[in-house]
Design a protein around this ligand. Structure first.
Ligand SMILES: [Zn+2]
Ligand SMILES: [Zn+2]
Length: 158
């Protein structure tokens, strides 16, 4: 079965609902509130905490999957995700000249796999989608282009 962000989100919602049910049950215990709380209720509340943590983890997993499924940038050369066109490749290893991060393959020579985060529209109206790293290089050369953050679509003018 292919795991989708929706599956993870549904499970997270169920964990949240279960958390709320456990807390409601604890609060519904009859009689005057006791200090300290009876052991079984304290343990149940801890369990609710763990369930809440589990729900949070599932939400994070869903977000991570969304990120992974984002369409890759696909420009025909690789970049450093933080510094852009700063890679040099030799002997099958690519290294960023700025941060010295390296990749044990010819990243520079392969299509970019970073997620698309920007839409760049040049003065002629041609639209190109690209990642954070590639947009750095594009900003340097594309005078008059419009940069739009994807997917929140906030417009930044060059
Ligand atoms: Zn770098
Ligand atoms: Zn890219």
């Amino acid at each position: 079965m292919t795991v989708t962000p929706e599956h993870l989100t549904v499970l997270a919602s169920r964990a949240e609902a279960l958390t709320a049910e456990v807390l409601a049950l604890c609060d519904s215990a009859p009689g005057p509130a006791q200090e300290p709380e009876p052991e079984h209720l304290a343990v149940a509340r801890q369990a609710a905490d763990s369930l809440a943590g589990g729900a949070e983890g599932l939400r994070r997993a869903a977000a991570e999957l969304v990120r992974l499924q984002a369409r890759p940038c696909g420009l025909s050369w690789g970049v450093c995700p933080e510094h852009g066109n700063t890679l040099s490749s030799s002997g099958g290893v690519s290294t960023c000249r700025v941060c010295r991060r390296d990749w044990s393959h010819d990243r520079l020579g392969q299509p970019c796999q970073e997620p698309v985060t920007w839409k760049v529209i040049d003065r002629a109206g041609t639209e190109t989608r690209m990642c954070d790293g590639h947009v750095l290089g594009a900003r340097a050369v594309a005078a008059g282009a419009t940069f739009v953050r994807v997917p929140d679509e906030g417009v930044v003018r060059a």
